[in-house]
Design a protein around this ligand. Structure first.
Ligand code: KIV
Length: 271
């Protein structure tokens, strides 16, 4: 019996046990009630209310514009749809970078107003003081290293990170710092698979990879990408499990045809 199937509610402890048992952790993003219900009902371990909502829900080019109020709206909707999985809420850009007082106040606001179970923050040494304060307040924190989209204007591109020695060394050190600061897991985004393997083996907390190879302790994908709602984004690491874009387009075209031809509504579809 897997650790996953034995439990009624997934907690940060469950993820720790899964890493110890060698059982892979599954995580997907969700931003609303209806998809959260589907994803949780299907048996996912973790839902991330990602600030990727800025891209896939609001149509922004980056994750930077999304606000605290908008993240709280998405997270509250997700929480209403779930029974079992652990919910992680992204702290939006600007809500934690300036100082640890602001970071703590932001994390408390997310926990109080959404009913979420934990928060996620991007960065290593730069945010470690803030992480320590938040963890001391009893709030579980997931870290995020590698390609951290809130720093896109510093990177200048969405290409693979930590290919060079200096950046790889910083990432190794940051992973240790986040573990010591009390993070319960770390997302590793778009880094070489070998480095992700090494980091995953060198820390006791689980790593969740996206474009970081198969040796991370778990995997995460953005729901809109893996379901093919959004078909323009096709990075190498993405496996697309459905083509909702195509199916939904077909359904809408059929509806238009049926209404125009007076086929819909039929006799059994009226009062
Ligand atoms: O916001 C998000 O969807 C994320 C994942 C890509 C990990 O941070």
């Amino acid at each position: 019996m897997s650790v996953n199937k034995e439990i009624k509610k997934v907690t940060t402890n469950t993820l720790q046990k899964m890493k110890a048992a060698g059982e892979k952790i599954t995580m997907l993003t969700a931003y609303d009630f209806s998809f959260a219900k589907i994803i949780d009902g299907a048996g996912i371990d973790v839902i991330l209310v990602g600030d990727s909502a800025s891209n896939v829900m609001a149509g922004n080019e980056t994750t930077l514009p999304i606000t605290m109020d908008q993240m709280i709206y998405h997270a509250t909707s997700v929480i209403r749809g779930i029974d079992r999985c652990l919910v992680v809420v992204d702290m939006p850009f600007g809500s934690y970078q300036s100082n640890s007082d602001i970071a703590l106040a932001s994390a408390i606001r997310i926990m109080k107003e959404t009913g979420g179970h934990s928060v996620k923050m991007e960065g290593g040494a730069e945010v470690v003081d803030a992480i320590k304060r938040i963890v001391s307040a009893g709030i579980p924190v997931m870290g995020h290293l590698g390609l951290t989209p809130q720093s896109i204007y510093k990177f200048g591109t969405y290409t693979v990170r930590a290919k060079e020695k200096d950046e790889a060394n910083k990432l190794r050190k940051d992973a240790k710092l986040l573990e010591e600061a009390g993070c319960f897991a770390i997302v590793l985004e778009k880094i070489p698979a070998e480095l992700a393997k090494e980091v995953s083996e060198s820390i006791a907390i689980p790593t969740i990879g996206i474009g970081a190879g198969g040796d991370c302790d778990g995997q995460v994908l953005v729901m809109h990408d893996m379901l093919g709602i959004n078909t323009e984004f096709k990075p190498r690491f993405l496996r697309q499990y459905l083509n909702i874009h195509e199916q939904a387009t077909g359904a809408v075209q059929q509806y238009i045809k049926d209404v125009k031809s007076k086929d819909f509504p039929g006799k059994n579809e009226q009062y």
